[in-house]
Ligand binder design. Structure first.
Ligand SMILES: C[S@@+](CC[C@H](N)C(=O)[O-])C[C@H]1O[C@@H](n2cnc3c(N)ncnc32)[C@H](O)[C@@H]1O
Length: 587
C-alpha cells in the first residue's frame, strides 16, 4: 500500500462547512453592569494581603506577585455561539488561556431551558465547526476543557483528536458527579468526563498549576514545637538502596547513634544533612533521640500534580450545583443542568492565573463567568437562550455586588467588584432588496458599516478623530476608508494627495468615477467587493437542514418531539416552559 493511511471519523455531511460572516458585536449599555465603586485597590500590598488570607487557595490564585484590581472588561454575548466565536476571532485569536465548555450532551432529553438531542452526525458537525474556531482562539499555552458523558464522549474524543491533533490530548478526567447510587439503569451512571486538550502539549505541562492541598490533607501538618514558621511534618530521611556517601553515622542530640536501616541509605549526603541540621530543619522526635526526620513546613507544600480522578468531595456534584442554583434563583426558577462552582474552580485553577482570559461559549446559568470573576480572571461568555437575561445577568450582578455568598465565594474571599459588558450580534451586513439584490443592511449606520468592513478586510477598526479617511489600520502605513458616498475624481485625487507616497489607503465606496491611476489608493465598490467572502443573511447555524433524517411515521406529539423538532432546537434555545427531562438528568 502506498502513502500514509489516516484514521478518520467520518459522517454524513462532514464535508459541509459553513462560510461564516464575521459579524460585529453591538454593546447594549443598559444591560452591561459595573460595580458602583472599586472594591480592590489593585496594589501589590492588597494582593499580598488577600493571599495571606487564603492559605488553602493555591499561590497562583492569589499570588503576591500578581497585581489584580477589579476587572471591568468582561463580555457577555447573547446569540448563537458559532457566529459569536467567529465575531471574536479577529480580536482574540491566540489570546484565550482557557476555554471551558459544557455543551448539550445529546442525551435525547428536553430540558426546560434548551433541548438536547439530535442525530449524531449533526451533533458532530455542530461541535466540529465550533471546536475549529475555539482552537484558533487559544493561546499557545492555552487549553480546552469539555464536560461530556457516555452519549457522545468517545466520538467527541476522536473529533477533538482530528481538530487539535492526537498529541494535544492531555487527559480524560473523571468527574464523580453523584455521591448517591443510581439504580434506574443496568449500571448506575456516576461520572462525567472532563476532556482536556492543550494547544501545545509541552507548553501546557510547564504552565499548568498544581492542585492545592485541602485542609483535610493538611491535617498531618502540626506545630508540636511551636515553630515560628507554623505547621510542619517530619519526612523520614531514608531512601531505598546503598549509596556509599549516604551511609554515614548520625548522632542525635540525646546521644543515640543512628545508621540507615537494613537495605536503605540516608536520602542525602552528609554536607547537605549538616546544613539542614544547622538550620533547625532536622527533628529527632520528642525525646531528641529518635531517627532523624526532615522538617517540611506547610507553606512549602506545592500541591499535587493534577490527576484524572476528580471525586465529588473535592470538586462538588450535581446536587451541590442544584443547591447553588436554588440559593441564587429559588427552586421554581432554577436552571436545570448547572455545574458546581467547585468544578470550575478546579479547572480554572489548573489552567490559568489571575488576569488570564477564559471563554465559555455554552454559558448556561453563567457558572464559568461567576467562578472566573471570583478568582480574578477575565471572562467571555456566550449564551443564546433567554436565560442569558433571566439567569446569567442577575447571577453576575450578585457576584459583582458581593451579594452571592454561595459557591466558592468564601473559599476565595470574594467581596465583589468589577463588571461586564453585554453584547449582541449585529444583523448580517448584507440583505436582499426587493429585486433580490444584495444591498447594505438598512439598520447599519456609518460607524457599524465601517467596523464591519474593517473586520471583513482584516483591518483593525480604529477611527481617527482628526483624519476623516482613517477608519482602520492593518499596518503602520496601511489604512482603510469606508463611505457610502459616490466618489468623484477630484475627491479621489484629494485623498491620494493627503495619503502621500509613504502610505496606502483601501477605499471602499458605493460608486466612483476615477480618472487615471492613484498609486497609493486601491478603490473598490461595496457591496460587490465583499459579496463572495462568506454566507450572508444566515442567522442560525444551530443545524444543517440538508442533513436531517426522515421523520418517523407516527409520533405522539405531546409526549415526544420528532427528530426534526429536536434537531431544530439543538444548540438553539427553545422556550418550552415546563418541559421536564424525559430521561434521567444529563448531569
Ligand atoms: C449544559 S448547559 C451549560 C450549563 C453551564 N455549564 C452551567 O453551569 O450553567 C448548555 C448551554 O448551552 C447553550 N447553547 C446550546 N446551543 C448554543 C448555541 N448554539 N449558542 C450558544 N449557546 C448555546 C444552551 O442554551 C445551554 O444553556
Amino acid at each position: 500500500m502506498n502513502g500514509k493511511q489516516k484514521l478518520e471519523l467520518t459522517w454524513i455531511g462532514k464535508e459541509n462547512r459553513p462560510r461564516l460572516e464575521p459579524r460585529i458585536l453591538l454593546e447594549d449599555p443598559d444591560k452591561s453592569y459595573h460595580a458602583r465603586h472599586r472594591v480592590k485597590m489593585g496594589s501589590r500590598e492588597d494582593a499580598k494581603a488577600r493571599s495571606l488570607n487564603t492559605h488553602f487557595v493555591a499561590a497562583s490564585e492569589a499570588s503576591p506577585e500578581t497585581v489584580i484590581g477589579d476587572i471591568f472588561d468582561n463580555r457577555l454575548i447573547f446569540g448563537d455561539n458559532l457566529l459569536a466565536l467567529k465575531a471574536l476571532e479577529a480580536e482574540f485569536a491566540g489570546k484565550v488561556k482557557c476555554v471551558f465548555i459544557d455543551p448539550p450532551y445529546n442525551t435525547g432529553s428536553a430540558f426546560t431551558h434548551y433541548d438536547d438531542g439530535v442525530e449524531h452526525s449533526i451533533w458532530l458537525s455542530l461541535m466540529r465547526d465550533r471546536l475549529e474556531i475555539i482552537r484558533r482562539l487559544l493561546s499557545d499555552d492555552g487549553s480546552l476543557w469539555i464536560t461530556i458523558d457516555d452519549n457522545e464522549a468517545h466520538y467527541l474524543k476522536v473529533l477533538c483528536d482530528e481538530v487539535f491533533g492526537r498529541s494535544c490530548f492531555i487527559a480524560s478526567n473523571i468527574w464523580q458527579k453523584r455521591y448517591s447510587r443510581e439504580n434506574r439503569e443496568a449500571i448506575g451512571d456516576a461520572h462525567d468526563y472532563v476532556l482536556l486538550y492543550a494547544k501545545q502539549r509541552e507548553r501546557f505541562k510547564v504552565i499548568r498549576n498544581r492542585v492545592p492541598i485541602t485542609e483535610e490533607q493538611a491535617k498531618i501538618y502540626k506545630n508540636t514545637n511551636n515553630h515560628h514558621r507554623g505547621r510542619w511534618r517530619g519526612i523520614p530521611m531514608t531512601a531505598q538502596g546503598y549509596r556509599p556517601n549516604q551511609m554515614y553515622e548520625i548522632v542525635a542530640p540525646g546521644g543515640a547513634i543512628h545508621r540507615p536501616p537494613e537495605g536503605r541509605c540516608w536520602s542525602m549526603i552528609e554536607p547537605e544533612f549538616r546544613k539542614l541540621l544547622e538550620a533547625g530543619r532536622i527533628y529527632f522526635g520528642k525525646d531528641n533521640n529518635s531517627q532523624p526526620n526532615v522538617i517540611r513546613f506547610l507553606d512549602e507544600v506545592e500541591g499535587f500534580v493534577p490527576w484524572t480522578w476528580w471525586p465529588h468531595d473535592e470538586v462538588g456534584h450535581t446536587d451541590e450545583a442544584k443547591k447553588e442554583m436554588h440559593a441564587l434563583f429559588g427552586k421554581a426558577n432554577a436552571f436545570i443542568t448547572p455545574k458546581p462552582e467547585r468544578l470550575l474552580r478546579r479547572v480554572l485553577h489548573i489552567a490559568t492565573n489571575p488576569g488570564d482570559l477564559i471563554l465559555d461559549s455554552f454559558a448556561g446559568s453563567g457558572t464559568t463567568g461567576a467562578v472566573a470573576h471570583k478568582m480574578g480572571r477575565r471572562w467571555i461568555m456566550v449564551e443564546l437562550g433567554e436565560h442569558c437575561h433571566t439567569h446569567i445577568i442577575p447571577r453576575l450582578k450578585k457576584v459583582i455586588d458581593g451579594e452571592d455568598p454561595g459557591g466558592i465565594t468564601k473559599a476565595v474571599n470574594w467581596a465583589g467588584g468589577g463588571g461586564f459588558r453585554y453584547y449582541r450580534l449585529a444583523p448580517s451586513l448584507l440583505e436582499k432588496d426587493k429585486w433580490d439584490n444584495w444591498v447594505i443592511n438598512k439598520t447599519y449606520n456609518a460607524a457599524m458599516l465601517a467596523e464591519a468592513l474593517c473586520k471583513l478586510e482584516g483591518f483593525t477598526y480604529a477611527p481617527s478623530d482628526s483624519v476623516y479617511w482613517q477608519h482602520g489600520t492593518s499596518t503602520e502605513h496601511d489604512f482603510i476608508y469606508i463611505t457610502t458616498a459616490s466618489l468623484t475624481h477630484e475627491q479621489l485625487q484629494q485623498l491620494s494627495d493627503e495619503v502621500g507616497p509613504e502610505r496606502s489607503l483601501l477605499v471602499l465606496c458605493t460608486a466612483f468615477r476615477g480618472r487615471g491611476e492613484y498609486s497609493n489608493l486601491t478603490v473598490k465598490k461595496i457591496p460587490k467587493q465583499v459579496l463572495s467572502r462568506c454566507e450572508w443573511g444566515h442567522d442560525d447555524y444551530s443545524l444543517q437542514v440538508e442533513n436531517l433524517p426522515q421523520a418517523p411515521a407516527v409520533e405522539p406529539a405531546e409526549t415526544k418531539a420528532s427528530p426534526q423538532a429536536r434537531q431544530l432546537s439543538l444548540f438553539r434555545e427553545v422556550s418550552r416552559e415546563g418541559a421536564k427531562p424525559r430521561r434521567k438528568d444529563k448531569t
